[in-house]
Design a protein around this ligand. Structure first.
Ligand SMILES: [Fe+2]
Length: 392
């Protein structure tokens, strides 16, 4: 655990206890490349509470690097917040963007890096498809949750509030050049975030193993990651200071990030994105987890062998035959409840009356080529309705 591994994927990721201390080395590399001005993107407080800032600030100052800091990214960030960050940071013409936080701050920092490299463009231009990014400033991601995977992938999710459209952008230029994954920075996560971010990672693994783009590689990642979450999440819930549990949960979330980077997601994520576009207070991991059993029930007949294999630690041994769909959904529900998640969509503010509108917005946000088209089954409107209805 104390050996900081260098895990290569699209990014160079320093993972392990003490990985934050690699920041000095990374900044030295950037200084040698002539980088003297840096834009920093964070939320309000986790960059400080986590302890990351205690390392980052002195290193930047000792190296005489000028910086500006935008600290107003919220959960479920909007395109307007991203534009605001660009507006502030452009004052010093940054040469590097550092994101510090969970998925929201890291995703926002990636789009900021694109917009500062491509002037005259707004975040809306990216999320409405009017602009395709090919270039960005270099990005350094200091990850503070064991859920997002954003530090090792090329995705960035944001919401266009007036459209109630929360969707993801993907671009090779949005890979962080360097990422830092240090489990010690996660010990201050609130209890519910320990749970919800881990369940976000679980959903990344499940979806990436079962899209049309899945491969033995993403199935292998899912098998390993899900077994680790099943084993270590109860320990992390019981004892927030259990660093070994955090280490393995973080490792599982890195695997989840790599997996979705390779094979994307399919149903649960776009359906959740619409939920949190409607109710921006809804935690991403919670929304996903509420939907998960109903999604599994729908896709199980098409990918029974894969799902029975990757979910075995949670559901026990199954034959991998289509008739087990209802049973596997039920086992998952029980597992989720055993972790302390008993909410349904009703508990987070949705009713039967919302469903037609939710379905319409999912369709509008997805278009023809969205991730729903990567699901292992053909996703009909009735199917989406049924998933929401079952999750109420
Ligand atoms: Fe996610």
């Amino acid at each position: 655990m104390n050996r900081v591994l260098e895990l290569r994927c699209g990014s160079v990721d320093y993972f392990g206890i003490g990985a934050i201390n690699r920041f000095e080395h990374i900044m030295e590399q950037y200084r040698k490349r002539g980088i003297r001005r840096v834009g920093i993107v964070t939320g309000r407080s986790s960059y400080r509470l986590s302890g990351a800032w205690r390392v980052v600030k002195p290193v930047i100052e000792e190296k005489h690097i000028e910086y500006l800091h935008f600290d107003a990214i919220t959960p479920n960030p909007t395109v307007d917040q991203i534009d605001e960050a660009v507006h502030l940071l452009k004052e010093i013409e940054p040469q590097l963007i550092i994101g510090i936080g969970g998925g929201s701050s890291l995703d926002a920092s990636k789009v900021v890096a694109v917009l500062l490299r491509n002037r005259g463009i707004t975040a809306r231009d990216i999320y409405t498809g009017r602009f395709t990014p090919f270039e960005a400033l270099p990005i350094l991601s200091i990850n503070l949750t064991h859920g997002t995977g954003s530090e090792v992938d090329r995705y960035a999710v944001a919401t266009i509030p007036e459209e109630r459209d929360k969707s993801g952008a993907a671009a090779d230029c949005m890979y962080p050049e360097y990422a830092i994954d240090d489990p010690e920075l996660m010990l201050s996560l609130p209890d519910k975030e320990v749970l919800y971010t881990s369940l976000d990672a679980l959903n990344h693994l499940v979806e990436a193993a079962t899209t049309k783009l899945s491969s033995p590689y993403t199935v292998m990642l899912a098998k390993e990651g899900i077994a680790l979450i099943n084993k270590w999440l109860p320990h992390a819930i019981e004892d927030r200071q259990d660093i070994e549990a955090r280490y393995w949960l973080l490792y599982a979330s890195i695997l989840g990030g790599i997996a979705i980077d390779c094979a994307v997601v399919h149903i649960t994520h776009p359906l959740e994105h619409t939920l949190s576009a409607f109710r921006p207070g809804l935690e991403h991991g919670l929304g996903l987890t509420i939907l998960l059993p109903a999604v599994i029930k729908v896709i199980y007949p098409a990918v029974a062998e894969t799902l029975s294999g990757i979910l075995r630690p949670i559901t026990g041994t199954l034959k991998g035959t289509p008739d087990e769909a209802e049973g596997i959904a039920q086992s998952l529900r029980e597992w989720i409840e055993s972790l302390g998640v008993s909410q349904r969509l009703r508990d987070v503010g949705f009713t039967d009356d919302d469903i037609p509108e939710l379905v319409r917005y999912v369709r509008r946000s997805q278009g023809e080529s969205g991730s729903l088209s990567l699901a292992p089954v053909k996703v009909t409107d009735e199917m989406i309705r049924e998933i929401y209805r079952e999750s109420l």
